[in-house]
Design a protein around this ligand. Structure first.
Ligand code: NAD
Ligand code: ZN
Length: 258
């Protein structure tokens, strides 16, 4: 396949961005691979070795909870201390310019926030893996306090209500969080350009948002290394490494007045 990250298609991307009044961006694991966090499906991914434990098992069984926590910390140890990458920075800058109204992310790595994207412009569809929360009362718990317990062979319980404490991410089999889903829907309806970046667009229901935006009249632009199931309906597909592509697009867009 011809590398679609040609100068021509980046120019088209810049034009779409320049013409847009309000962009909603949608990000997947591909925007964080350059930061050292592997995506889910690529060969050699540590997620394949330390497979996530389904939600039902976590709730039902202490041994499963301990195993879930051990795998979570094993994954965190592989990632180390990561910094935001080019896509995180560009989106934070475009948000500061009011070009990007909202970033819907499937990532749990906290990197959009750490790049300076304000809370009210960020929707974390699958939660956040940098802290934990009580499944019953929602109270936040810090990982630093959880880890010694897990290492001592006990899964954490909530100080306030004795509920189960779990990483603040959405596990397989856990229902999607209502408020982020509502905000993501609003952001998909309320944009004239929907930018899908570094996502395989196969994880549902998250991948329905680009479809909804397109159906409601927004332009759909996809930047990804691999083909996605929505390429055929997209207005523009830019194939290649999303970090350098967004960086070049950002620089070119800076030279335009909007
Ligand atoms: P995915 O792994 O299904 O897809 C990522 C896509 O990004 C792939 O198509 C891959 O080819 C592409 N990609 C990887 N690096 C790229 C790069 N540098 N430039 C362009 N494209 C690149 O990820 P997903 O669709 O986001 O779904 C996996 C689920 O697993 C997510 O919903 C998320 O909850 C979770 N997850 C999160 C993280 C994270 O927080 N960083 C990492 C892995 C998985
Ligand atoms: Zn609680």
């Amino acid at each position: 396949m011809m590398a679609a990250s040609s100068e021509e298609s980046i120019k088209d991307l810049v034009e779409c961005v320049a013409r847009a009044a309000r962009i909603t961006a949608f990000t997947g694991a591909g925007v964080s691979t350059e930061c050292g966090i592997p995506d889910f499906r690529s060969p050699g991914s540590p997620w394949r070795v330390h497979k996530p434990i389904p939600f039902g098992d976590f709730v039902a069984d202490e041994a499963a909870r301990l195993e879930a926590w051990r795998r979570k910390f094993a994954i965190d140890d592989v990632h180390g201390d990561v910094m935001p990458g080019r896509v995180h920075r560009v989106l934070a800058d475009w948000a500061a310019q009011d070009k990007v109204g909202c970033v819907i992310t499937q990532n749990i790595d906290d990197l959009h926030r750490r790049a300076g994207l304000p809370e009210d412009r960020l929707v974390e569809l699958h939660g956040n893996g940098t802290y934990a929360a009580c499944l019953d009362c929602g109270l936040r718990h810090e990982l630093a306090a959880v880890r010694p317990l897990v290492e001592a062979g006990r899964s954490p319980r909530c100080d306030a209500c004795d509920g189960l404490v779990k990483s603040a991410t959405i596990a397989f089999g856990q229902s999607m969080p209502a408020e982020p889903m509502r905000r993501a829907l609003r952001a998909s309806l309320d944009c004239d350009l929907f930018l899908a970046l570094g996502s395989s667009l196969v994880v549902r229901p998250a991948a329905s948002f680009p479809e909804i935006a397109k159906r409601e009249g927004a332009l759909l632009v996809i930047v990804n290394r691999e083909p996605t199931p929505l390429d055929s309906v997209a207005d523009l597909v830019v194939r290649g490494d999303v970090g350098p592509i967004l960086e070049v697009a950002f620089r070119q867009a800076c030279n335009l007045n909007w």
